[in-house]
Design a protein around this ligand. Structure first.
Ligand SMILES: Nc1ncnc2c1ncn2[C@@H]1O[C@H](COP(=O)(O)OP(=O)(O)OP(=O)(O)O)[C@@H](O)[C@H]1O
Ligand SMILES: [Mg+2]
Length: 370
């Protein structure tokens, strides 16, 4: 059953007792808000009291923006729901509270983060709040520490999201560096992209990182933690969109988060104050992560997580420049020359990070590569 704004009020009314957020006879109004590519997302509110609202997210059995010819497992919402539950248990308030899940129709009903907006948009506007990376770092440190295999083995089998993991493996580690119809990039980058495809030192590291991505099982990994998966309001940050979550190499979350701050860094070339704040954000992310992770008394994997995070960050920067999915921070640069400069610098940074991820030992060293 595919929901739409006309059928949602009745769908919710029929499940009113399970959801228990509005009166049985409330007049509900649904509007589509999703700017995402994969799923349908609606906000639903009580006509008599618009502050009483919720979010309903449904995964169709295909990629929303491409249509039914592009199938995609609806199981993705089962993993998103499990992730919201784990986050809620380990760090209540760090993600929207899950209210109801309908596995048959791949529907999640969750808390509406009214007043929150995407972290990516804040960074594009040059609003770099150091409290946000500190919160995300602490949150990740706790989730990664508490879901370690020796801590709780059951997570591994609950997060066997192999289909979505395989998609990430292709789109981050392989396709951008081959001839593929989904790749696109600024023509001025063509020579550098061609070089990369034959750079054996780079390709060998990319293969090593892909193998870590596919085989390492350290903890519950969000799997898509870019700055469009974080919503912010003042000093508060909340994590959304966990459909790629899997039991994997937790450094991937730090790496993606860092990479998207780095892309923002290159987009703000010429604005030294914002760039300095973005570097501080990278440091804050790691410091708060490490402090929280170590609070469990476990330190032996931390340096390994750092190295892999650095390598994954490099891969993420590169695929956002030449692969299928680019970022607004860079695509929004209207001056073609400035855009090419930002992309060229980001590409060089990404390549260096991938080649040197094993020898980059501290976040200060990582910042020095920017
Ligand atoms: N709980 C929420 N409260 C408020 N707004 C939300 C909430 N969840 C999602 N949104 C809004 O809806 C948008 C799409 O949500 P989400 O990213 O989960 O969808 P998606 O289709 O999985 O996206 P993607 O293509 O990035 O995978 C978000 O960018 C955000 O603006
Ligand atoms: Mg999504």
């Amino acid at each position: 059953m595919e929901l739409n704004k006309d059928t949602i009020p009745r769908y919710l009314q029929e499940r009113h007792a399970d959801i228990a957020l509005f009166d049985a006879d409330a007049e509900l109004i649904a509007e589509e808000i999703g700017d995402g590519n994969l799923n349908f997302v609606y906000r639903v509110f009580d006509a008599a009291d618009p502050r009483c609202s919720l979010i309903i997210k449904q995964a169709p059995p295909y990629i929303k923006i491409l249509g039914p010819a592009y199938p995609l497992t609806t199981q993705r919402l089962t993993y998103e729901c499990r992730t919201l539950e784990v986050y809620h248990q380990l760090a209540a308030g760090a993600a929207p509270a899950p209210h109801y899940f309908d596995a048959e129709n791949a529907v999640i009903v969750m808390e509406d983060l009214g007043g929150y907006h995407l972290l990516r948009d804040a960074l594009i506007a040059g609003n770099v709040n150091p409290a946000i990376p500190a919160q995300i770092g602490t949150f990740l440190g706790r989730v990664h520490r508490e879901t370690r295999a020796e801590q709780a083995a059951h997570y591994r089998k609950h997060f066997d999201n192999t289909e979505m993991q395989a998609i990430t493996a292709d789109y981050v580690f392989t396709l951008p560096f081959t001839e593929h119809e989904t790749n696109f990039y600024t023509p001025g980058l063509a020579d550098k992209v061609a070089q990369l495809k034959t750079d054996e030192a780079f390709l060998q590291k990319a293969r090593a990182l892909k193998s870590i991505f596919l085989t390492e099982q350290l903890g519950v990994t969000h799997g898509d933690l870019h700055t469009g998966s974080v919503m912010v309001h003042g000093d508060s940050a909340k994590i959304i969109d966990a459909e790629f979550a899997f039991y994997g190499p937790v450094g991937f979350d730090i790496g993606l988060f860092w990479a998207n701050y780095c892309l923002s860094y290159f987009s703000h070339t010429g604005t030294a104050a914002v760039q300095a704040q973005l570097k501080t954000a990278l440091v804050r992310t790691w410091e708060s992560y490490a402090a929280e992770f170590k609070a469990g008394g476990k330190t032996d994997t931390l340096q390994h997580i750092f190295h892999t995070a650095a390598g994954f960050a490099g891969m993420e920067v590169l695929r956002r420049l030449i692969g299928a999915a680019h970022v607004k921070d860079i695509e929004g640069i209207l001056d073609a020359q400035r855009k090419l400069q930002a992309e060229t610098a980001a590409l060089e940074f990404g390549v260096t990070l991938v080649k040197q991820y094993e020898s980059t030992a501290t976040v200060t060293e990582l910042c020095a590569l920017l």
